[in-house]
Design a protein around this ligand. Structure first.
Ligand code: COA
Length: 161
């Protein structure tokens, strides 16, 4: 998934398989330590890897609060079925209802319309004054400009699915 340029269109580059394995191991450690983080998405009738859904702490010096995000990444052959929205809904219900989180953000490149559609399907809202230039993306890079969407726990009952 991470080595596929279609999946990584709105990131600075693809990630080689070996590095993805290292990241997966760190994500597994994080889940065990915290009880939240980067979950593997599986389909009910078809066990196996179908992507990742994150409800995670933001580990860098982000220009917004709260530093907790929801995110998603699926292999191309899983797009277009509603899986990202369904998985993110379940993860958000979990952190709002079970872990008592009050608010989460989601961020992506301003040009990543497909991801912003997931945010809007979840009921997340964007205030353009929250838009920001991602500090780890080089100046002048086409995906540097990012949008920020928010969802508060009060809206947990309106999540789809
Ligand atoms: C962003 C990403 C997860 C979106 O995936 P997606 O499959 O479009 O999103 P969803 O799971 O919400 O699926 C919604 C689509 O499935 C369709 N769909 C088909 N059957 C459906 C069903 N039974 N229920 C719901 N939706 C269904 C919807 O109509 C919608 O299609 P549309 O957007 O063309 O109208 C995916 O493009 C991706 O992994 N991109 C690369 C990584 C990335 O950019 N991540 C975000 C960075 S922050």
């Amino acid at each position: 998934m991470n080595a596929d340029p279609r999946v990584m269109e709105f990131f600075v580059g693809t990630t080689p398989k070996e590095r993805s394995r290292e990241q997966a191991s760190l994500m597994r450690d994080g889940l065990q330590r915290d009880g939240y983080g980067w979950f593997v998405l599986e389909l009910r009738d078809e066990p196996g890897f179908a992507g990742v859904i994150a409800v995670a702490d933001i580990g860098w010096d982000a220009p917004f609060e709260p530093r907790r995000e929801v995110g998603w990444r699926l292999p191309v052959d899983r797009w277009g079925n509603g899986y990202a929205t369904e998985g993110a809904s379940a993860a958000l219900r979990y952190v709002f209802n079970e872990l008592s989180w009050h608010e989460v953000v989601a961020m992506t490149a301003a040009s990543n319309e497909r991801s912003q559609k997931v945010m809007r399907r979840l009921g997340m809202t964007r205030n353009p004054t929250d838009d920001f230039d991602h500090p780890s993306i080089p100046d002048g890079h086409p995906i540097r400009r990012h949008v920020l969407y928010r969802l508060r726990s009060a809206y947990v009952h309106a999540l789809p699915g």
